[in-house]
Design a protein around this ligand. Structure first.
Ligand SMILES: [Zn+2]
Length: 286
């Protein structure tokens, strides 16, 4: 795991074990706020030791940016923190979150001590957390998953993009149009940096290009999916082939990101968007 101090009060931890997923620690004179908690206990416990032993401060609040296990499973290692999330995150953790932990436990024995923790404080649209002269604002966006939120550390203008900003946009558990809107609202701001849900921190000078690249990917994807649907007529076999032919590079993204894992995410995007586009035109894929 990599630890990086991105501004005076903000540390970012990037997993070496799972898809470069990140957790962000905001330090204040009255304790710390941890946004997301990683997947594997080994790495979450390193964060815990760093805050408690090196910085010598309590973690007062944990924020879950959405219910996906790679962002929330470590929450149980901060039993004294108040846990905050979107209202739907609590419901989804209680249902899908519990189920996915069962499945993962069957495949990995290092998750034996992990438990799903349900957030105690939930919000619908937005929430502002003031602690030790620092202000953290969180708001609902919902494109990556129904409960997805974004955060901003206002004093140092650090945007906590969570999975709305990751190396490849991924809307399979959420909604394509909503995802596009949530990226558009980040354009033209004056952020110091963006902490991605997966991948390296995006620096100030790179932000606009990166947001434009993500939006171009989503736009190109839709153009190519629509074309594939049109050309296939009513042949399911032709459609399957045409969708298969939409490669990630054709949408302006590299296939080597996240050690190649992006290709699978891209494939999921193609299929999800094709399903949504056909449903919208009255011909749902079975
Ligand atoms: Zn996610």
């Amino acid at each position: 795991m990599q630890r990086e101090r991105v501004t005076e009060s903000v540390y970012v931890f990037t997993s070496g074990l799972y898809a470069q997923v990140t957790a962000t620690l905001i330090t204040t004179a009255e304790g710390a706020v941890l946004v997301d908690t990683l997947l594997y206990p080994e790495e979450t416990l390193q964060i815990s030791r760093f805050v408690h032993e090196r910085l010598n401060m309590p973690v007062r609040y944990v924020v879950n940016t959405h219910y996906h296990a790679d962002h929330t499973l470590g929450t149980c290692f901060f039993p004294d923190a108040l846990v905050i999330a979107h209202r739907q995150c609590r419901d989804l953790l209680d249902t899908r979150g519990r189920k996915s932990l069962e499945v993962m436990r069957a495949n990995a024995n290092d998750l034996d001590n992990v438990q799903v923790v349900l957030p105690q404080v939930v919000f619908d649209d937005q929430l502002t957390l003031c602690l030790g002269n620092k202000t953290l604002r969180f708001w609902h966006v919902g494109g990556h998953s129904p409960d997805a939120i974004i955060g901003l550390m206002e004093e140092e203008q650090v945007l906590l993009g969570a999975d709305t900003v990751m190396v490849l946009p991924h809307f399979v558990d959420g909604h394509y149009e909503t995802f596009v809107q949530s990226l558009q609202q980040l354009q033209g701001q004056s952020y110091e940096c963006i902490v991605q849900g997966h991948g390296e921190v995006i620096l100030r000078g790179e932000i606009e290009d990166r947001l434009a690249e993500d939006l171009a990917y989503l736009n190109k994807l839709q153009v190519l999916v629509d074309k594939a649907i049109d050309n296939a007529g009513d042949s399911e076999v032709r459609l399957e082939k045409a969708l298969e032919a939409i490669k990630i590079e054709m949408c302006g993204k590299s296939k080597v990101l996240l050690s190649g894992a992006v290709q699978q995410l891209h494939r999921q995007n193609v299929l999800a968007l094709a399903k949504a586009r056909r449903a919208a035109h009255g011909a749902p894929i079975k």
